[in-house]
Design a protein around this ligand. Structure first.
Ligand code: ADP
Ligand code: MG
Length: 645
């Protein structure tokens, strides 16, 4: 009959490189058959644990061959070894090795989780096992809420979770009082009687004597073997079919990863919070910067709509060559009007003037312009009417008041039409009220002003003024603004014989402003993106720390059958969960701050693309920066991880 375990010439050396090379096992030959109850006994340091780790495929020998059920284990890859640990072996350690943050039942469930057993069945089986081991009422206790004996029984339940055909117990009673120890030994004897192969390691001869076969080990050599026993029953081995290595399903694996991740995050709340902060700030600022940038852009576009992209401002200046400031005469304006592509030319005088009505007295901006103003500024009258060209020509003393000016001069007056305002010292009759325009970002508030005809203004208010403050030139279409600007410039230079006029091209200015704002948005978003990366580095830092802190847990998971990819997935999920949480909070706070800004009347336009993009980036950050720590965790050596190195 093929032995279950067959060791030939097994040697194990530690060290090498810059550390001294020590050989711990010096050529072990050993055969154990299915169903045997074997005790390996020896003094402390004789190599028992090393031998058990080799048998349990937690470690590989330096030399010699290990055949498991006739197959050379040296040919097995990491996944297959994990499969063997999961399906064939069940470990019971002196220090119990339970995961501290998980309940008794969850600890017992772990091997089944990695075997891909569905949750309900897993739970059912764990409960039944705990029940059988007398721990029914302790299922939800965490290891630190259990006595040593109870913890050891939980670890036996865990060893049996996937069948536990071969129980490898390393000093299972070493840390227990004699009563609990006796209980554990009774359990092991029962399991052996039920057909489980039990390999018990102990330094205690009395304990060893309870096994059917006793093997003595001394300084890495087997010195005595009571010889193979003939077991009455033996459990069948799981079939070593590679196709059956299904392992944990992705869904269960992720669910488990999320659960442990959530727990780890809660345990280290402060640290997690700080790490989250990086991601939160990154995501929130990306969203906000883009929203503010978009808000500013939209406002400029609105302005272009209201001010028109076809408007230029003409004023006079002192020429570069020196001499007096330019004079723009009415004839000049007529000549400009005659140019092709020019639709309207409106001279404007505007200055703060003392205006009175009854006992209200205010110095406000009095705008003297043409009847074309409402068309040029695309700004309708709310009540009454605007003055006409004829009234302008006839120097009619009429005034149209802005919406705020109306409220200031005529509080409580339902209809101000027909009333009079004293502008300077000249009385003007109110004929209309403008609709509300609001501040349009040029620092002027048109609603505060009053509007009078240009000629009446020159005749009655601005009597000393020899030329308009500026003239508004409206061009037929936005496409010809630049050409028209050049044509007006050339015309007036020719007429004046020197360059003494200045033309402000509003369309060009708006365009330039838009470009500046876009560049600014770009820069701020870049800075925000950088802070996201910094957040990602924070995640990596925390994950690296987590891997270090939880080395033992990783070892336990590996000993109970987790594959490298299970461990990798778990730690990657944790990183992604942190990033995801940070991303969600970031989106939330970005939106909240944005809405607060809206209340302050700062234009903010959220874009779904930006929100999803920032959120996606956060998750990608988790994936990218979580990858290295996760890989590090999955590459840990099970034996070293178990010892917490
Ligand atoms: P036992 O379980 O019988 O007490 P071990 O198998 O744990 O003994 O250890 C046997 C010997 O191997 C001891 O001398 C120990 O110091 C040494 N040893 C165990 N693990 C390592 C290791 N990772 N590196 C170096 N020496 C080790
Ligand atoms: Mg030991």
């Amino acid at each position: 009959m093929t032995p279950l375990i067959e060791l030939r010439g097994i040697r194990k050396r530690y060290g090498g490189g810059d550390r001294p090379l020590v050989e711990v096992l010096h050529g072990i030959d050993l055969r154990i058959h299915s169903g045997e109850f074997v005790a390996i006994v020896g003094a402390s340091g004789s190599g028992k644990s090393t031998l058990m780790n080799l048998i349990g495929c937690l470690d590989r020998p330096s030399e010699g061959s290990y055949r498991f059920a006739g197959q050379d284990v040296a040919d097995f890859d990491a996944d297959r070894l994990a499969w063997l640990r999961r399906e064939a072996f069940g470990f019971v350690f002196q220090g119990y090795h339970l995961i501290a943050t998980e309940s008794a039942r969850e600890n017992v469930e772990i091997p089944a989780l990695y075997a891909g057993v569905p949750e309900t069945e897993r739970r059912h089986r764990a409960t039944a096992l705990l029940d059988r081991l007398g721990l029914a009422s302790r299922q939800d206790n965490r290891p630190n809420q259990l006595s040593g004996g109870q913890q050891q029984r939980v670890s036996i339940a865990r060893a049996l979770m996937n069948g536990g055909r071969i129980i490898l117990a390393d000093e299972p009673t070493g840390a227990l009082d004699s009563h609990s120890g006796a209980e554990v030994m009774l359990l092991l004897r029962e399991l052996a009687a039920a057909g489980h192969t039990v390999i018990l390691i102990t330094h205690d001869r009395d304990v060893a004597a309870q096994a059917e076969r006793v093997i003595e080990i001394h300084d890495g050599n087997i010195t005595r073997d009571s010889g193979p026993s003939t077991p009455s029953t033996a459990l069948p081995l799981p079939t070593l079919d590679p196709l059956e290595q299904r392992g944990a399903s992705l869904r269960d694996d992720l669910a488990e990863a999320m659960r442990t991740a959530w727990r780890a995050m809660r345990v280290n709340r402060g640290r997690t919070g700080l790490t989250l902060l990086g991601i939160v700030i990154g995501v929130a600022s990306v969203i906000l910067m883009l929203a503010i940038g978009e808000g500013a852009r939209q406002r400029v576009i609105d302005q272009m709509g209201s001010m028109g992209t076809t408007i230029m401002y003409l004023g006079s200046k002192v020429p570069k060559t020196g001499g007096p400031v330019g004079m723009i005469s009415d004839d000049d304006l007529d000549a400009v009007r005659a140019l092709p592509d020019i639709r309207r030319v409106m001279p404007v005088i505007g200055d703060p003037i003392l205006v009175r009505h009854g006992n209200v007295e205010r110095t406000i901006y009095v705008f003297a312009g043409g009847e074309e103003m409402t068309d040029i500024f695309r700004w309708p009258v709310a009540r009454g009417r605007f003055f006409t060209g004829r009234e302008n020509d006839e120097l009619a003393p009429v005034v149209v008041v802005g919406n705020k000016a109306y409220q200031q001069f005529f509080p409580g007056v339902a209809d101000p039409i027909g009333r009079h305002l004293l502008i300077g010292n000249a009385p003007f009759e109110v004929i209309g009220v403008m609709s509300s325009r609001g501040s349009d970002g040029w620092g002027q508030n048109y609603d505060d002003m009053v509007f009078i005809p240009y000629r009446a203004g020159r005749a009655r208010v601005y009597r000393t003024q020899t030329q308009p403050d500026y003239s508004v030139i409206d061009v037929v279409s936005a496409d010809v603004v630049d050409e028209a600007e050049a044509a007006v410039g050339t015309l007036l230079s020719e007429r004046h014989g020197r360059e003494d006029v200045a033309i402000g091209n509003a369309a060009a200015r708006i365009k330039a402003e838009m470009q500046t704002r876009e560049a600014m948005t770009m820069m701020l978003s870049l800075i925000a993106a950088v802070s996201l990366v910094v957040g990602g580095i924070g995640v990596m830092n925390v994950m690296l720390m987590t891997v270090r802190e939880r080395t033992r847990e990783i070892g336990i998971r590996m000993a109970t059958g987790a594959r490298q990819r299970d461990i990798q997935r778990q730690f990657l999920s944790e990183a992604v969960l942190i990033a995801l949480t940070g991303g969600l909070i970031g989106v939330g706070s970005g939106l909240a701050i944005g809405f607060a800004l809206l209340l302050w009347e700062i234009p903010v336009v959220f874009s779904l693309t930006a929100i999803l993009g920032a959120f996606g980036c956060a998750i990608a950050t988790g994936l990218v920066f979580g990858w290295l720590p996760a890989r590090q965790a999955s590459r840990l050596d099970p034996v070293r991880a178990l010892s917490g190195e």
